[in-house]
Design a protein. Sequence first.
Length: 282
Amino acid sequence: MNQAKIAWITDTTASLSKEFIEQHHIHVIPLHVVINDQFYKETIDISEQEFYDRMKNEEGKFQTSQTAIADFVVLYKELKENYDFGIAIHASSLLTGTYQASVMAAEMEDFKLFAIDSQTGSYPLSFLIKKGIELTEQGLDASEVVRQLNALRDHTRLYLVPSNLDQLHKSGRVSGSQKLIASLFNIKPILSIEDGAAKIKDKVRTEKKALAWLVNKLKEDLETKSVRKVAIVHANDLDRATELERYLNEAFPTIETEKLMLITVAGVHTGVGTIGLSWVCE
């Protein structure tokens, strides 16, 4: 019996390396950011570095835009000629319409698709994709792969600490009075992606306390669960990310670490200098 030809599909919120994408022939649909009414495809028209440099140095509006369903239609028209079916893992459907667009396009093109709403993005999404590929290489059928990945979603962690509330205010996530109070008292909100939505988990005084909060969350998981790798996510602040990574390597010498630039569609809301931690409990 011939092995099924599986197409893997995701979007640019997955934070996958170019090498991994090419090695596993992953089809990546770009999300869009808008700078002063000019549209850019993530990682194609503008890099994360360029995006954050412009956010830091330019005045104006930085926004996100809905993924075009036409991009998926074109992709699935091509894929159905060469693959038996596809497995698509996308960013949270509560934060972007990418998952919905992917499913609708597959139906329009009559392309068999197993679609997964990751309920997250960034490092946890890349983890799910890598785990899915690993499971298919072990011989599991698509239905079982989807079942295991859906079960794993509840064990992903993604916490972010914005450097300030400027972008959250501009995007309507916090009011002007909240921004002022936070600035006056040096309050740092801690954001978490849970059940597919962005939530303010806590508010603490000073960044030092915010980072300690993140580390304590990791320690809590390590008491009962296994964590093999932690990603330090940052919005173009490599020095602070490296400092945090150094601390983690000393505190948790058995855990692998990786520095990742925060995806731009998230940075639109959290701003330059955002830093955070992400991991998956196995």
